[in-house]
Design a protein around this ligand. Structure first.
Ligand SMILES: NC(=O)c1ccc[n+]([C@@H]2O[C@H](COP(=O)([O-])OP(=O)(O)OC[C@H]3O[C@@H](n4cnc5c(N)ncnc54)[C@H](OP(=O)(O)O)[C@@H]3O)[C@@H](O)[C@H]2O)c1
Length: 301
């Protein structure tokens, strides 16, 4: 399959591009800079220069492909406080891809996160059946992709957990928590830290994207979950151990001071199951789990 990927040069893309190439696919990646284009060609992919907001280019690349994976997200805008703008770019890009693929039965695999599930599955383990019909930032994009199944597209959404970890992870939530702990002199958790976060290894997540591209039924929500949920305090203690620092509780009010933008997420309890995804696509995580990866030490080098 000739696959067009947005965000191919990022963290998940750096695992997905080789995963696809090693399994007989060709990859064309959207690259917004010479540096990103160079990275893609070094990995054996082709690069098409363009920004996420170049909708004509995205439409043309999707039109010429046998399938599309959408990973790009304007994290820089989000971290600068413009989540609305980042979410709007995401939606516009997906609409352009939808225009290109409508009526073709070609696959589109898009990306979402499990963080949104706290609102709809409070107090229990979230499953692939849970979704938020009321919409919101990023939720609208997920719902749009599922609806594209009704327009002749084999669309699916991979929901990633808050921590997708591996040696390929240089600026995700794990390295960000580590950087805050270094700065603070302790690894912070909120309250008693019993809220649980799920996680997955980047290479296992990449395999799930490939399987979804190859065979996910239209309109499916998929969970890239290895650890259903680890108490946040346990994650903070593992980070503290890796840095030789203590783990310490902070209050909700103190959290922004010690965890910056992550304070919005650090108190969430989002245990999530990936059981149906495993069964549907015969996907079993095989790489180390989060605590094993943290114990290896590479995150702290
Ligand atoms: N990793 C996680 O733990 C996690 C968890 C939940 C959800 N997600 C979601 O999963 C997706 C992939 O995440 P990731 O960790 O791979 O992110 P990442 O490492 O930040 O990569 C983002 C990708 O998007 C590209 N991009 C950003 N702004 C762009 C723009 N204006 N035009 C064109 N390309 C642009 C980046 O290009 P450059 O390489 O040129 O910067 C990069 O290829 C994102 O939607 C993310 O929000 C990730």
């Amino acid at each position: 399959m000739r696959v067009f990927i947005t965000g191919a040069s990022g963290h998940v893309g750096s695992a997905l591009v080789p995963e696809l190439l090693h399994n007989g696919h060709q990859v064309l990646g959207l690259a917004r800079s010479d540096e990103s284009a160079k990275r893609l060609t070094e990995w054996g992919a082709e690069a098409v220069r363009g920004d996420l907001d170049d909708l004509d280019r995205i439409r043309a690349a999707a039109n010429a492909a046998d399938g599309v994976v959408h990973l790009a997200f304007r994290h820089d805008a989000m971290q600068a406080g413009d989540l609305a703008g980042a979410a709007e770019s995401d939606l516009a890009a997906l609409r352009a891809i939808g225009d290109a693929l409508a009526g073709t039965d070609k696959p589109l695999v898009s990306t979402s996160g499990t963080a949104m599930l706290e609102a709809v599955a409070k107090g229990r383990v979230a499953t692939e059946d849970d979704y938020d019909p009321n919409g919101g930032y990023r939720i609208d994009a997920e719902n749009l992709v599922v609806d594209l199944a009704g327009k002749g597209i084999r669309s699916s959404v991979v929901r990633l957990p808050p921590i997708t970890h591996s040696r390929l992870d240089h600026h995700g939530f794990a390295p960000t928590l580590i950087a805050f702990a270094r700065k603070n002199g302790f690894a912070a958790y909120i309250g008693d830290g019993t809220n649980r976060w799920s996680s997955v290894h980047t290479l296992d997540a990449a395999r799930l994207y490939r399987l979804a591209l190859e065979s996910a039924p239209a309109g499916t929500r998929l969970h890239a979950i290895q650890d259903e949920g680890i108490e946040f305090r346990v994650i903070a203690e593992a980070i503290g151990k890796g840095l030789g620092l203590p783990a310490r509780s902070v209050t909700v009010e103190e959290a922004p001071q010690y965890l910056g933008f992550l304070s919005r997420f650090a108190g969430l309890g989002i245990p999530t199951s990936g059981a149906r995804t495993s069964e549907l696509l015969n996907w079993q995580p095989t790489h180390p789990d989060l605590l094993a990866d943290l114990a290896t030490g590479f995150y702290f080098a």
